[in-house]
Ligand binder design. Structure first.
Ligand SMILES: [Ca+2]
Ligand SMILES: [Ca+2]
Length: 284
């Protein structure tokens, strides 16, 4: 067995000349032997050059030794380390590591990490207000062109992006999440809370409104114009596994004299005035 192994190996090489299979065996053996020998020489040369020329950044025959953040992605030694790995979509952080755009968004490469931006628009977003005003308590306003926040009568606005988490790559780090709301009638400042139970845009009413978290997630001044509401921490919470049922907006109880504020809903005629949620992220 022991002696057979040695001759067997030799026999493989020896039988190389007789057939196609043998020829390829001989050829690969030849290449292997040549490259093996060559590699030995190259390794020696590489070691020598890396020892002698480390300051130039040029390596041996194995390719170009690049500084951090640069890459020889085309394998062409003559142009050196041609790729900027920190900000190149096709080679982000490493040669061949391509950043893929998320559905409905754009890919980014920053500091050698893939990421992206998704703008969740009216088609992705469910919004409605609910009212405690008499018979309106049982009514649904999901198809209204406006969403309202008021203290008397009490109007509250519900907003959610049901596919928010599933549209993002798993485990992403949220860099920013900004809810944009077009305010067309100023009022009291607005408190934003996380919603704790499912609700439907087309059926929820005051009488069936979902519970909300006790802790305020965001707060904004309800002046006319496009309001930018920072929901970064909240979206990260959802990405990390907390169920996403969106947010509810309440008029700040301490400022009821300011009256209610009004916003365009996702049904409003001018698409630019509809709500949106802009999320930027980087992959883990
Ligand atoms: Ca190159
Ligand atoms: Ca709606």
């Amino acid at each position: 067995m022991g002696t057979g192994g040695g001759p067997g190996g030799a026999g493989g090489a020896a039988s190389g000349g007789t057939s196609t299979g043998g020829a390829s065996g001989a050829a690969s053996g030849g290449v292997g032997a040549a490259s093996s020998g060559g590699a030995g020489g190259a390794a020696g040369a590489g070691a020598a050059s890396s020892g002698g020329a480390s300051g130039t950044g040029a390596g041996g025959t194995g390719g170009v030794a690049c500084n951090p953040g640069a890459g020889d992605c085309d394998g062409d030694v003559s142009n050196g380390c041609e790729t900027h790995l920190l900000a190149t979509l096709a080679h982000c952080g490493a040669c061949g590591h391509e950043c893929v755009a998320p559905v409905g968004g754009v890919a980014t490469c920053g500091a050698g990490r893939c990421g992206g931006t998704i703008t969740f628009g009216a088609a992705d977003l469910e919004d409605t207000y609910i009212s405690d005003d008499g018979s309106e308590k049982s009514q649904n306003f999901g198809a209204s062109t406006k969403i309202l926040v008021d203290g008397d009568p009490v109007y509250r606005t519900l907003l959610q992006v049901p596919e928010l988490v599933t549209r993002l790559p798993p485990g992403v780090v949220i860099q920013s999440a900004t809810l944009q709301l077009q305010c067309f009638d100023t009022g009291a400042a607005v408190q934003v809370f996380r919603v704790l139970a499912p609700w439907s845009e087309s059926s929820v009413a005051w009488d069936t409104q979902p519970a909300r978290d006790a802790v305020q997630a965001a707060y904004f001044t309800a002046s006319v114009g496009m309001r930018q509401v920072d929901l970064t921490a909240l979206v990260q919470l959802w990405v990390d596994g907390t169920p996403n049922y969106g947010v509810i907006l309440l008029a700040d109880g301490g400022l009821l004299s300011g009256g209610g504020s009004d916003y365009r809903s996702s049904e409003y005629s001018d698409a630019a005035a509809r709500p949106s949620l802009v999320v930027t992220f980087v992959e883990p």
